[in-house]
Design a protein. Structure first.
Lengths: 112, 430, 430, 430, 112, 112
């Protein structure tokens, strides 16, 4: 199994979630993160002075999936999260040795 | 020669302060309902009215509203522009009311100023999350002078044509609520819906902030309604009681329907119902008595909640329901005057009682007229002003700015930095 | 024939508004102390009292409290039910006070209404995080009519048996604080502890919100105590000073003990100590002078903090310490009247002075009686009412609902949506 | 024998309450601007002043400020220490003002107490994020007695040397704002900069909280300025109008410069500009009229924003710009009196008018003197007191405590626990 | 070494933490996340209208452990987090190449 | 490629970010977490009673890097985050199978 981790723009979360739902993903975990990258942060004004804020709000998705589904899922995320503007984010894949469903104790693919 | 009455002055002084306090209250009431990326934009639009409108009011607004009539009771003149002739020595009968004021004319001007400040601020609830600040500021100034002042003249000035006709509006059902409510609808039709509405939820980002606003509004509304008696007297007491009871009944009415309709009584519902009741009682406050405020408030709570459904049906994005609450609530209240106005409460209206209190349809007709005139005038003019500003300066932000949020795109600020990360901005060049 | 006094009317008008403002203040004071999943539940319980209690008050509560006595000074009749005979024309001596009122009777009714609103709201601090809304709403209504109105009649009405006996309660030590405090204990005994108490910390979710509530309460308390003189006079000034000094001394007392006991002076301690001082001074406000308020407030700050330890010792979950602060503080204050009441401050009590100011034990005895009677009556009746509601509608939420939190389970809302995610609700069907 | 005037009493009662409410307002104004780990520290420093200063005021401060002069108009005596001779029976002419008071002397004492509470609290904005609580508490008490009371005596007491000289300060330009502003600079020079300043951004953690504070301050300032007329009269009305207009113009001035300078009008700018205008109008409130407040407020808004740049240039960390806003704004206002004071507004100053209103440079000179004297006395003494406390108890926290934040290190609390995790504290030993 | 990641119900965090403490785990990192899965979100009411909220608050635990301890730790988490109700969460295991303790620079198992 | 995950003290984030910038890292993702470990939490006072708070606020950094850069990057983080006080945190390294840049669809090292 694989863990697909995606960093996307917050306002794209809904689209990504729906895209994954459509291809049968029935579970994922998201969290709020701050990103630093080519997309520069914005400038803030504080009592007439300007400050550079380096971080940009992003959303982080984690989906554990069976090996067979990785490609489809990555593609779905990329397609849904794309705005063609800098800062669209990254998707990376890592290997998962095992996964357990707490409620049932099921292990491996069945636990997803 | 008439004398200033200290007690009346004390009461109107604090009432004016209370009404001023309502605008921050409104800012929090609205601000809590928007998404966190737009809260500063909302607060700014409201606070900015305290700045710009106040200055415009003394320079020209007050004069257009309360100056000598330029004809037909349609508009005041420039007599008082820049506070000309409005100072400590101004005679108490300078404004031409039937009886001379018992408070300094300067104080009356200040009290009215607070009404002028909050009225256009009410509009910002409908246009939440998408106004361009420069465009808003321009619209705000134009609207105050060209829409608010005339309507205030019609109804509040002794020279106004509706005032002369005998239409009753104790504290601003037409001038404040219907006026702002219809303007809100007009502007929304010009700028269109928020991106993603109605598909996305757009939940309120801080209901405690909204409840804070509600508490301040309720508190300040005593100054708004009971202060409108312009004295510390029995009518003030009656208006005070009516204001409170209508808010209470409005809350119960809204919650009841909500519980039946959606299975839950919500805190936002409690807040919204109370405000609906307060809106509806505003024109009635000094004219009705007994248990009438319970009927008026309850009706407003129920009807306003139902009226909110209209926006989804007709597809206009009145984001925080200014139309549903202020326009509809204002109409309810203005018409209720025609039913419940009671000369035993306010002998000043003897011969002009409401339908249920010995009067005929006469008053009700005048109230209809006042409502219709305000809707027509404010609706049309507000629409044209919004179009004008939109075509020139631009009244709406770009899609990218809307996605980014008003706080960052319009004001270069972030509302909340609760964790460690966001605050790590560096540099800083004074 | 007695005349309305404008100055007194102005002062009581604003005082009534201040007291109303205290209920939102209380909501934030409590709301900041609960966990974020329960804050709306807390705010709702308090705001709802502004709705339901106000309506019940004019329909029946005021009449039971201030109507003509039905016998023994135990309860008022139905004379004023539905505001019958309470209107702008009501003669100023209609309520039977020694001297006629100098303000509209209608205003007196409204001022008392605000006391009725906040008293049951005080209870919600003890029952935090676990009340079922429908059960709470029912209890609230029953308690107001069956517990609050009678006790108010005893002490505040000129026909009341404690009033006649000469027991002194300037602004509600017994009627408001002891009454609510003992009721809080009774309800807690019925519904039991919060899941996880006392093992889990359950830290306040927003102390700034609690401090906001504290600021509003302190501000509003001037209307509560100084307004109780029902006039803009020397006694109002004295009550104002006493109120402020007791709050200040209460804060210092609490912080001192906290610093000694736990090594730190906390902001919640500053807030709690000030409230303790305000509670204790309430019955004394118009009867004591000089530096007495410093003694009273300081004592309350120290004793209330120590009294809070009792709940862990005896194992009742008085969640936000209503017993420790309002019951204990109310008792302290009510008895302090028996020690510090000074006829030079309030000549109305000549012959009924406190022990330290030329009186004997006489007054102290009456104060004991008033305290005991209130505790017995309110304690027992509140317990029975809570049982009744619990057995019928149910007064406590299920365990799943408690874990989920009141905001979601009772009101289908979320208090804060600060990030992007939570607000991604979809659909929406008006 | 002079009589208490009810109307004046009603107005000063509510004004005193409004001024008290300003201190929580200030706490939120400042609290929103600091990082979330320091917000409780800031709130505590402000609320604590409501406790400690109030007690010290009645014990000694009021007497030093308003007691009979001990010589040269420099300081009052101990006549009124512990409220000796200050009670309900105190004759209205006891304080030696030209005309006897029309309100209870006890109320005057309370009204002045609220000024004493907020003035030292103003300092805490400059020292944000790094004060040790025990050291702050000590400094607060010493400063109130040794710095505030004398300056209040000079200017507000009829026996004071500046009062006698004819320097004008309607509501505290010198006593409150310059006094606190220069003290803030002095303390900052003693304790040094925040760790990381000016390199790190240190963004405000909650601008909505800051705007809440702004709303409360604006509201309360009506009591501060209009209440200083000590009566419900024309001058109160004029002061009310001036206060509001200066705030409005200050907001516009600040935003204009900000927009030009940095490209955006910010909500913090709107708040800051309004406060700058309010500060500047404070000494002028009862002496100027017409459109003067617009000029005064606008000038303050522009100049204060520019003045803020000084701290980076000179490298002192006046964290929340107390120097830039209160010292500079206070100086602007105090000098503006010398230009705009108008005997038509306040006949009491006939023969002592401002330069633009028929007077010579006379008044302006006195104002310069008052400003200079306050700066010299308060600046030097505050510096010495800060050194004294720093060398003994310690006025600044350790670096580790500063990194940890004041909330946790000084008060063992956490301001916000919005998610589930933080609240998982366990144990709990009452 | 392995990284054990667990998604559990927030009110179970304390129990899980204590369970891990008991079996000698002396370090872990937690964060707040939002979960989407079989456990449907709740419905909210906004001015009389109903909205579906898809995400459910969860807590995410990360524990880096020696290979030998993985089984015990996973079991301890599952046992402590279990409520037998839908939404109890997941536990997954991934491989860690190396770990360093910042303070000391220690590497590998010693750094845990 | 590798994923370097670091748990550091919040006030060190700026230093760490700058250190990484200096060695040419041009992207990373951070999030707020709560840590439990040898560094004991602090004690809080609530109405005269004392409570132990077990968790300490930390910041979590994630950087996906090419295999060649891992060592340099880990060292840079450790050097920048070090205060020599307990609680400085951990840095761990896991393997990444693949990474995609959403905007361009680039894969592997080019996507970093
Ligand atoms: N090497 C990296 N490791 C971890 N996260 C990264 C890395 N590079 C970028 N990110 C994340 O991806 C987001 C977008 O990257 P950015 O360089 O701004 O735009 P783009 O991906 O379009 O080139 C960043 O805000 C950050 O959260
Ligand atoms: N495939 C997945 N990848 C990542 N996280 C998941 C996945 N499936 C479920 N989760 C997480 O586990 C939580 C519980 O899953 P859910 O399906 O609701 O209940 P259960 O695990 O009892 O079947 C979800 O809220 C989500 O945070
Ligand atoms: N085994 C672990 N797995 C995951 N995170 C850990 C582990 N041990 C420690 N941490 C994280 O590292 C932080 C610092 O660890 P701690 O033991 O307190 O200090 P040190 O690393 O200096 O020994 C903890 O707060 C926690 O966030």
């Amino acid at each position: 199994m694989k863990l697909v981790t995606a960093i996307v723009k917050p306002f794209k979360l809904d689209d990504v979630k729906n895209a994954l739902q459509d291809i049968g993903v029935n579970g994922l975990t998201v969290s709020e993160v701050q990103g630093y990258g080519r997309q520069r942060g914005h400038t803030e004004v504080y009592r007439g002075a300007e400050y550079k804020v380096d971080f940009v709000p992003k959303v982080r998705l984690e989906v554990v999936v069976g090996d067979a589904d990785v490609a489809r899922i990555v593609d779905a995320i990329v397609a849904a999260a794309k705005t063609d503007k800098i800062g669209d984010g990254k998707v990376w894949v890592t290997s998962v040795d095992d996964i357990i469903r707490v409620r049932t104790g099921e292990r491996g693919p069945d636990a997803i | 020669m008439p004398e200033i009455n200290g007690a009346d002055t004390a009461w109107v002084l604090i009432s004016a302060a209370l009404v001023l306090f309502m605008t921050p209250g409104l800012a929090f009431f609205y601000g809590g309902m928007v998404r966190s990326k737009n809260v500063l934009g909302m607060l700014m639009q409201n606070f900015f009215s305290m700045g710009l409108v106040s200055v415009l009011w003394v320079l020209i607004g007050f004069s257009l509203a309360f100056g000598d009539d330029i004809g037909g009771g349609l508009l005041g003149g420039f007599d008082f522009a820049g506070l000309k002739d409005i100072h400590m020595g101004t005679p108490l009968d300078a404004l031409g009311f039937g009886a001379p004021l018992t408070i300094p004319v300067l104080l009356f001007m200040a009290y009215q100023m607070m009404f002028a400040v909050i009225t256009p601020a009410l509009i910002t609830g409908a246009t939440a999350d998408r106004l361009k600040f420069a465009g808003y500021a321009t619209f705000l100034g134009l609207w105050l002078v060209l829409v608010y002042s005339p309507v205030a003249h019609w109804v509040f000035s002794p020279h106004g044509w509706l005032f002369k006709k005998g239409a009753l509006d104790f504290a601003g059902g037409t001038v404040v609520h219907i006026n702002a409510g219809i303007a809100a609808l007009a502007v929304v039709l010009v700028i269109g819906k928020r991106r993603g509405w109605p598909r996305d939820g757009m939940h309120p980002h801080s209901l405690p902030l909204t409840l804070l606003g509600t508490g301040i509004l309720w508190f300040g509304w005593f100054g708004f309604n009971a202060g409108s008696s312009l004295g510390a007297n029995g009518i003030a007491a009656q208006a005070f009681v009516n204001t409170h009871l209508a808010a209470a009944a409005g809350m119960l009415g809204w919650l009841l329907v909500e519980r039946i309709k959606a299975g839950h009584a919500t805190t936002l519902g409690a807040a919204s119902g109370a405000v609906a009741g307060l809106v509806a009682i505003t024109p009635c406050a000094g004219y009705v008595g007994g248990l009438s405020p319970l009927v008026i408030g309850f009706a407003a709570g129920v009807v306003c909640l139902l009226a909110i459904g209209l926006k989804t049906r007709f597809g206009y994005d009145d984001s925080l329901d200014v139309v549903g609450v202020h326009l509809v609530g204002g109409i309810i209240g203005s018409l209720m005057v025609g039913l419940f106005a009671d000369a035993n409460v306010n002998e000043g209206i003897k011969g002009n009682e409401g339908l249920f209190f010995g009067g005929g349809e006469g008053l009700l007709g005048k109230q209809f007229l006042a409502v219709a005139a305000t809707i027509a005038f404010s609706g049309i003019l507000s629409y044209l002003l919004a179009q004008l500003v939109d075509k020139t300066i631009g009244l709406r932000v770009s899609e990218d700015e809307e996605i980014e949020g008003l706080d960052s795109s319009q004001h270069a600020e972030t509302a909340y930095v609760l964790g460690g990360i966001g605050s790590m901005g560096s540099g800083g060049s004074a």
